[in-house]
Design a protein around this ligand. Structure first.
Ligand SMILES: [Zn+2]
Length: 471
């Protein structure tokens, strides 16, 4: 495999522990790929399966990211579509949905065409899908050319980077997008509550002297969006609301209640809100699940002696902010019980210049598409999440948010015979050191620099062609 280069059709035989959420199946398996086509999937039993365990070679469908920022056009110093796609493949993603907060914003089809052109000249086999802007220039004033964008093939609408501030506009957007059969991907934030905010409101922010970012700024926006959806869906049954990067227990309680009520609402959580907490800003580097006491409360990093890194690393400044260990546990619990449908990276690469400032002045965002699977596998290792559910949240979960397989925009992750192979092979027994050199993204803004992550992505096949190989 090692000689194969990106873009080449694959012929190979792979044995390992396969997890296929589409088939609801997990176990030892052998996959045969010929000229890019998955010709045979054999589930092994008895002696043939001996020695094949989930902590060795793991085979899953290619990951789907609902939320990534590739910065082209407009900020190619931070990322280009080509470097973003290489980073995505390195992280095991074979489908990425790009956010429209480029410069100019993707609020009409010509900008979308530029992004597609960049994807096609990159030579990457990773599938690129694009969300269109909800409003012109993402200014929140008038709706973007939603119908034309839908005709041009966007898979959802979002003003991400910012919320849709105006309730009447959100209401119209949910109705129009619903009539077009597409979801609104909402960034839930009440900006009146977050002006000047630096870190999640609470003990850590108080001790560090950072201005608090209240949980209510997100939970209130989530509740508002759900209330508007409940109204809209009566007239427009196709209306769909997807809440992205949900980070608090309070927000997840609203989503849970809305789902119980049968509303068409879905949500995702990010790897960094699962694995990191606000105490990382103080200099802790323990995983979120290691920062809880037996009663499920956040421990005190100062009395615990958990502070091992320099405080105020701007790699940790992100919107929504890193939360308490209790909120991180709620995000993990929501994935486990299905309240959260997907893990989305919110991959947000930035230049050194934009991060090399005081904490409160630093631009928001973490470069995360390459480290997502490492954080998720660590969460699985902790016992808080099953492997099957984790892989579902990276594959069929996000695909369902995009729509029904087979229909327009349908993405159908799965290990199916007779289809182009689209899968990831991970060596769970191997680890890699996260470093500026190892990251394919131009964005080196991750607090994991210098850390070893278990789970080395060995091979990624997208649409039957090599997207990434290692070793
Ligand atoms: Zn956002």
């Amino acid at each position: 495999m090692s000689r194969e280069t990106v873009g080449t059709p694959v012929s190979t035989l792979i044995r390992g522990w396969a997890v296929d959420p589409a088939a609801g199946r997990e176990g030892a398996a052998e996959l045969e790929i010929r000229d890019g086509v998955l010709v045979r999937v054999t589930w092994l039993e008895g002696a043939a399966a001996a020695g094949i365990t989930p902590d060795g070679t793991l085979i899953t469908p290619g990951f789907v990211d609902l939320h990534a920022h590739f910065r082209e056009p407009g900020n190619e110093d931070a990322e280009t579509v080509a470097t973003g796609l290489a980073a995505a493949a390195h992280g095991g993603f074979t489908t990425v949905c790009l956010m429209p907060n480029t410069t100019p914003a993707i609020d009409e089809p010509s900008v979308l065409a530029r992004v597609r052109e960049a994807a096609s000249t990159s030579g990457s086999p990773v599938r690129v899908l694009v969300h269109g802007a909800v409003t012109h220039g993402r200014k929140g004033e008038t709706l973007a050319a939603m119908g034309e964008l839908a005709d041009a093939g966007v898979v959802g609408f979002s003003d991400d980077g910012a919320p849709v501030r105006s309730a009447p506009i959100l209401r119209n957007a949910l109705a129009y997008a619903g009539a077009l059969g597409l979801p609104i991907i909402d960034h839930p934030e009440d900006p009146a509550l977050t002006e000047g905010a630096e870190a999640s409101e609470g003990y850590v922010a108080t001790v560090l002297g950072l201005r608090g970012w209240p949980v209510a700024a997100e939970a209130g926006a989530v509740a508002r969006a759900i209330a508007i959806l409940a109204d809209v869906v009566r007239d427009v049954p196709g209306a769909r609301l997807h809440l992205t990067h949900v980070s608090t227990a309070a927000s997840l309680a609203h989503v849970h209640a809305a789902k119980v009520a049968g509303l068409p609402v879905t949500c995702d959580v990010t790897p960094h809100h699962l694995g990191f907490t606000d105490e990382w800003i103080a200099g802790s580097r323990r995983w979120a699940w290691e920062a809880l006491d037996e009663d499920g409360r956040a421990r005190d990093p100062w009395t615990d002696g958990a502070l091992v890194a320099r405080p105020f690393s701007t790699a940790l400044r992100v919107n929504p902010p890193l939360r308490s260990a209790e909120d991180a546990a709620a995000c993990l619990g929501a994935l486990a019980d299905g309240t959260a449908d997907a893990i989305a990276t919110d991959h947000a690469p930035h230049t050194e210049v934009d991060k090399h400032v005081e904490f409160g002045w630093a631009i928001n965002g973490i470069s995360g598409i390459e480290t997502a699977i490492g954080i998720v596998l660590a969460a699985v290792e902790s016992g808080g999440l099953s492997l099957a559910r984790a892989i579902e949240a990276l594959t069929t979960g996000p695909a369902r948010v995009l729509g029904v397989p087979g229909e327009r925009n349908g993405v159908a992750p799965g290990l199916r015979e007779g289809e182009a192979a689209d899968l990831v092979v991970i060596d769970c027994g191997a680890s890699w050191a996260v470093s500026a050199d190892a990251l394919r993204s131009k964005g080196k803004n991750t607090p994991l620099l210098g850390r070893e992550l278990s789970g080395l992505v060995r091979l990624v096949i997208a649409g039957g062609r090599v997207a990434h190989t290692e070793g």
